[in-house]
Design a protein around this ligand. Structure first.
Ligand code: DX5
Ligand code: ZN
Length: 222
């Protein structure tokens, strides 16, 4: 069965002086999901955006807002993002004392729950919540910045995660994040990913439409 592919531009690389316009433009250019990176300068060495910004962009688009929490602790801020209009909320297992409880909290808010794996984080964290999560996010860079180089070992991890997801029989999205470009997206899809975060590759390009179309053309060949 042909896999559904989704492209999720990361607004971390957008022009923040025109964020609403950028969101409208990139979804208008054919992208599917808005990837929203939340960094707290504690779990990761950078500080970005919170629920207020999510609330501000919510009326601008009907597209799903995919909140990637790189914060510690996690639970306190989850309801705020749900209220602000998030559709998907993902977190890092190392940042939560009780992964099962955090997954349940996200779902209680009516959002899809995602678990994020840093390059060195083992997939074993998934074992006891694979019956509950809606998304698995494989980091192909160490979290904290856009514009980093794709770590090739992530391909093996994507293939292993794909096997676990297929064995579960559940509709779990497999997302990849970090260093995704037009020239590596097909190889990443062949490894098993179906949802592709791209920040600098899209917002760093002059023509969003041409870049998203080039990514889709590569995916069609995967
Ligand atoms: C990094 C973030 C990514 C980042 C991706 O910690 O989670 O979403 O913005 O940016 P690129 O595509 O430029 O690597
Ligand atoms: Zn991210």
């Amino acid at each position: 069965m042909a896999r559904t592919y989704r492209i999720a531009p990361s607004i971390l690389s957008a022009d923040f002086a025109r964020l609403g316009e950028e969101v409208r433009d990139v979804i208008g250019a054919g992208a599917d999901i808005v990837h929203f990176d939340v960094m707290d300068n504690h779990y990761v060495p950078n500080l970005t955006i919170g629920p207020l910004v999510c609330e501000a962009i919510r009326p601008v688009t009907k597209a799903l807002i995919d909140v990637h929490l790189m914060v510690k602790p996690v639970d306190r801020i989850v309801p705020d993002f749900a209220k602000a209009g998030a559709n998907i909320i993902s977190f890092h297992p190392e940042a939560s004392e009780h992964v099962d409880r955090t997954v349940a909290l996200i779902k209680e808010q009516g959002c899809r729950a995602g678990l994020v794996f840093n390059p060195a984080t083992p997939l074993s964290h998934l074992e006891h919540v694979i019956d509950k999560v809606d998304l698995v996010l494989i980091m192909s860079v160490n979290p904290g910045f856009g514009g980093q180089k794709f770590i090739p070992q992530a391909l093996k991890k994507l293939a292993a995660a794909r096997k676990l997801i297929d064995a579960s029989g559940r509709d779990i999205w497999l997302e990849v994040d970090g260093g995704v470009k037009v020239d590596n997206i097909a190889e990443i899809a062949r490894a098993g990913a179906d949802t592709f975060v791209a920040g600098s590759a899209i917002f760093g390009a002059k023509d969003y439409k041409a870049t998203v179309a080039a990514m889709r053309a590569e995916l069609a060949k995967a």
